[in-house]
Design a protein around this ligand. Structure first.
Ligand code: S3P
Length: 445
């Protein structure tokens, strides 16, 4: 076992061009639907991160042949909607909540039993949000004590479509139910007062499954088939977010992010940063794999605090660690409300960001569903922060280090590989200063 840590310190202004890796949400779904399709699908731009690879490994274990002829390329030989077969032993989702929740929906509709497990972080995350509605559909799934993993999914339970109100504004819950709905009798309908990312809906349509959807509603019926199709995965807006914030807060920066996925359900941070005064210009709009993409040019600009509109919360749910850093470097106060979901991400992102920001001299008060952050345009202080193994928190503090009075040491950074392999190299290429160290931990017992 080894524990990785970083030392982040002010580097050069961010300059030049970067292209961040493929979208994590799209990569998971591309493997799943290609695996269940009739025929062979090619995926380009697949995220070579641990989360998406865990999903890929699970489908291999379920009998799907997947070739990896090059980095970011997968050739998936679909087995058809009823072609999965039982795996020996538990299926390991690693750190990925998306993997576990979506796969639970698919496995609920199979004839065989399965067991889903995850790492220490995933093993603490709530699964009742999917197992309860799945039970209403007829699924039989046992959880660990308190509704956490492992999930023991009993096969052979006939499913019936339900009408569901997605009050948590969770795309994972919506997607889980839609995927179970592929195997259900009748119609599965998900309503959303606060619309969430719609990749499952878009991709089901691209694979030829009849589905009706618009912001706030998705409905489909079981009993169709998926047709193989090629998927081009756009660059992940959530990975681009760290560069948007870094270039905004480091004087002299002028950076271009190429072909970033611009699905409107993902770009809330762009609106909020612009509301804070950020200088971000979109150009060359186009489409990749049915998703809108654009180049984003971001130049340093003084930021001011903002009341983050609650309506944007689902559209930027993964971007709060980066936003908190922008807020810490802005003039005035930033208030976040309606974001209690942050407490059940890879870590409790409100508590862990508050702990880290306090450790580097920032003023931040936690609330049950958000925080109040007092910014300082001159930047943050130095010190040591613990990312609690949360990839996005580690990257957010690496960004903070670029605008700090002295170095920030960030502990427990290995999980950055779950979503952003190559982050340190790409960040250095853009001008960030990040040193790495890896020390031996206690031997595993
Ligand atoms: C995701 C949905 C979001 C997000 C996660 C990916 C997805 O989770 O935080 O990183 O791919 O559907 P919730 O649906 O729990 O909000």
């Amino acid at each position: 076992m080894s524990a990785a840590s970083w030392i982040a310190a002010p580097g050069a202004p961010l300059r030049g061009e970067v292209r961040v890796p493929g979208d994590k949400s799209v990569s998971h779904r591309a493997i799943m639907l290609a695996a269940l399709a009739d025929g062979t699908s090619r995926i380009d731009g697949f995220l070579e991160g641990e989360d998406a690879r865990a999903t890929e490994a699970i489908f291999r274990r379920l009998g799907v042949a997947i070739e990896a002829p090059g980095a970011g390329v997968r050739i998936v030989h679909g087995v058809g909607i009823d072609g999965l077969r039982a795996a020996e032993g538990p299926l390991d989702c690693g750190n990925a909540g998306t993997g576990m929740r979506l796969i639970a929906g698919l496995l609920a509709g199979q004839a065989f039993d399965s067991m889903l497990v995850g790492d220490a972080s995933l093993s603490r995350r709530p699964m009742g949000r999917v197992t309860e509605p799945l039970a209403r559909m007829g699924a039989r799934i046992d959880t660990g004590e308190g509704g956490v993993p492992p999930l023991r999914v009993h096969g052979g339970a006939p499913l019936t479509g339900i009408e569901f109100d997605n009050a948590l504004a969770s795309a994972q819950v919506k997607s889980c139910l839609l995927l179970a709905g592929l195997y259900a009798d009748g119609e599965t309908v998900v309503h959303e007062a606060r619309p969430t990312r719609d990749y499952t809906e878009r991709m089901l349509a691209a694979f030829g499954w009849p589905i009706e959807y618009s912001p706030g509603i998705a409905r489909l019926r079981g009993g169709h088939r998926l047709r193989a199709t090629d998927v081009r995965v756009p660059a992940d807006f959530s990975s681009a977010a760290f560069f948007l914030v870094a270039a905004s807060i480091v004087p002299g920066s002028d950076l271009v992010l190429r072909r970033v996925g611009m699905n409107p359900r993902r770009t809330g941070l762009l609106h909020v940063l612009r509301g804070m005064g950020a200088d971000i210009v979109e150009s060359a709009p186009g489409h990749e794999g049915g998703e809108p993409v654009a180049d984003l040019r971001v130049r340093h600009a003084p930021l001011r605090g903002i009341d983050v509109p609650e309506a944007h919360v689902p559209d930027m749910i993964d971007e709060f660690p980066a936003l908190f850093v922008a807020a810490a470097c802005a003039e005035g106060v930033t208030r976040v409300r309606g974001a209690a979901e942050l407490r059940v991400k890879e870590s409790d992102r409100i508590a862990v960001m508050a702990g880290g920001l306090k450790a580097i001299g920032c003023r931040i008060e936690e609330t049950p569903d958000g925080a109040c952050i007092g910014g300082t345009p001159a930047g943050v202080g130095g010190g040591a922060v613990d990312s609690h193994g949360d990839h996005r928190i580690a990257m957010a503090f690496a960004v903070a280090g670029q605008r700090s009075s002295s170095a920030i040491t960030i502990e427990d950074t290995a999980n950055v590989a779950t979503s952003f392999p190559g982050f340190v190299d790409l960040a250095r290429h853009a001008g960030l200063q990040i040193g790495e160290s890896r020390r031996a931990g206690p031997p595993e017992t």
